[in-house]
Design a protein around this ligand. Structure first.
Ligand code: GLN
Length: 542
């Protein structure tokens, strides 16, 4: 029997509802239950794929090729359960489906309305493929009181009634701020937020209260009394030094015990948290530090590189070192002599990106890494920049560029017009829609023997997640290999370059896919493990 836990948020945004949901998932797993996490986003975009990283942060790509909210990344990192297209729905997606059905004539005769048609579609999205797991955790994006959240709250209210409390639970995340002038933690915002939730007919069963210090017994009782929840169900969500300490902290506050109590499940006193304890112990007592420069574009909003930053931390966990990140806006390197800023870093990473701005700076950073033997990892756009750099400065093609920036004489990176997915051929042109049309999701690649890539992965066949519209032009392979850039990983049919490397360099790899999306704290991705190990070796040299 699947039980449903709905997680809503109030008072302010950015309280960490995604991490809270992911951490509860991890705790239930640590008690031996199977879990799946899902997110409902109230915005009108059909998916976040077309949104600016400055607005929305990272777009997280699933194996089945969905472009989803970055919280799905937290879910995967905390539970190891691969998310799918069914695990993220937006208002745009729901409306697009309902309107398509209306056009087909599925509702013939009916006036199509928010209630019941939109709410029914939301309920379907919650319940879809929900069988077979012990717990389904559903996070509702936004904050209660938002106009656009209303249909979602109405839908989960109905589900709460239909499933009954034995199969459903409402958890509400709020803020309990400390007011220095009063010397007190304040419960009023929480009371107001719960009222807002009651207005739409939802009585929360548990309050998860973000706070920077312990909630005194008195305040806890006050919250319980005014918000109509058991005092034991008022859980302090304390600030912690690492997101990976959150499951441990929630357990110490009694969260998992209270969730199981709600559902009437008898359980052992403690879950097995050894996995999380080991991670936190390593994070808190590193044996050294490496400094990695991330040369990108969206460095003012680090949410744009969420999975990347986490994957680098995971690489550090594997090598038992702290990874210090120096986020550099690549445009800085477009001024003369600025690339010297990279002196002393132990690794250089150029991440994914879109558009021409800042590319010359990225190319300058690649060149620095290559010429100075600094460990380098180029991801997606970063790999494309590495190929352009090699074409220009090793293969004697000064006009080398990407057609993403307009027509060019030496298109070493060009528009991807045709590729195979399973048994089907996907085709695109310059005039295709921008939404959902990139080469998206998991694709296999084959690694060449006696290459760094093969050593790092320890296997010949891999699958990794992709999100790109352009690709390295295979027609330049011979010229580039003759110049010293080895194509060490290709799509199984040999047509799409997936990995490049420089055999004469201590550690230089570019990948067309996004390895950061599959890294877990308890299972660091081999590329990040290898990159950080190389950075550790580098730190012993400089
Ligand atoms: N802009 C490049 C492309 O579309 C790279 C995309 C990326 O880095 N995710 O191919």
């Amino acid at each position: 029997m699947t039980r449903f836990v709905f997680v809503t948020g109030g008072v302010v945004s950015s309280l960490g509802k995604g991490i809270a949901s992911a951490a509860l998932g991890a705790l239930l797993q640590a008690r031996g239950f199977s879990v799946r996490l899902r997110k409902l986003d109230p915005y009108l975009n059909v998916d976040p794929g077309t949104m600016s990283p400055y607005q929305h942060g990272e777009v997280y790509v699933t194996d089945d090729g969905a472009e989803t909210d970055l919280d799905l990344g937290h879910y995967e990192r905390f539970t190891g359960v691969a998310a799918t297209r069914a695990d993220n729905a937006t208002t745009g997606r729901i409306y697009a489906d309902v309107i398509a059905r209306e056009r087909r004539g599925d509702y013939l005769g009916a006036t199509v309305q928010v209630i019941p048609h939109i709410t029914d579609a939301i309920k379907e999205a919650v319940l879809r493929h929900a069988d077979g797991v012990d717990f389904l955790l559903i996070e509702i994006g936004g904050t209660v009181g938002d106009i656009e959240s209303l249909p979602f709250l109405e839908a989960i209210r109905q589900l709460g009634n239909e499933l009954g409390p034995a199969r459903s639970m409402f958890v509400h995340l709020t803020l309990v701020p400390y007011i220095p002038s009063a010397g007190e933690l304040k419960t009023k915002p929480t009371q107001h937020s719960v009222k807002e939730l009651l207005n739409v007919g939802i009585q929360p069963h548990m309050l998860l209260c973000r706070c920077d210090r312990q909630i005194p017994e008195n305040e806890r009782r006050k919250i319980a009394l005014f918000c109509n929840v058991r005092p034991e169900a008022v859980i302090a969500a304390l600030d912690v030094d690492s997101i990976y300490a959150v499951p441990i902290s929630y357990h110490a506050e009694g969260m998992d015990r209270e969730v199981l109590r709600h559902f009437g499940i008898e359980a052992a006193e403690h879950p097995n948290l050894s996995r999380w304890q080991a991670i936190v112990d390593t994070l808190r007592a590193p044996e050294g530090t490496v400094k990695i420069a991330v040369v990108g574009k969206y460095t003012t909003l680090l949410d744009s590189y969420k999975s990347l930053a986490e994957a680098l931390t995971h690489g550090g966990l594997a090598a038992r070192v702290k990874v210090e990140l120096d986020w550099v806006d690549s445009q800085v390197f477009e001024e003369p002599h600025t690339v010297q800023r990279l002196e002393g870093v132990h690794g250089i990473l150029v991440p994914g990106g879109f558009g021409e701005r800042g590319t010359e700076g990225k190319i300058a950073a690649v060149r620095f890494a290559r010429e100075r033997n600094v460990p380098f990892l180029g991801i997606c756009f970063g790999m494309q920049m590495a190929v352009i750099e090699a074409a220009r400065h090793l293969a004697g093609l000064p006009a080398a560029s990407s057609t993403e920036f307009g027509p060019c004489a030496e298109p070493v990176v060009g528009l991807l017009t045709e590729w195979t997915r399973g048994n089907e051929i996907e085709r695109r042109g310059a005039e295709s829609d921008l939404g959902g049309t990139m080469r998206l999701g998991a694709y296999p690649a084959r690694l060449r023997e006696n290459t760094l890539a093969r050593t790092v992965y320890g296997t010949a066949d891999i699958t990794e997640r992709h999100r790109h519209r352009y690709e390295v032009n295979i027609n330049y392979r011979e010229a580039l290999e003759a110049a010293g850039l080895l194509f060490s990983g290709l799509s199984p049919d040999g047509s799409l370059p997936e990995i490049v490397e420089i055999p004469t360099h201590p550690w230089f790899i570019g990948v067309q896919f996004h390895p950061e999306l599959k890294s877990k704290p308890f299972d660091p991705h081999p590329l990040f493990r290898g990159f950080i190990e190389a950075a550790v070796a580098q730190s012993r040299l400089v």
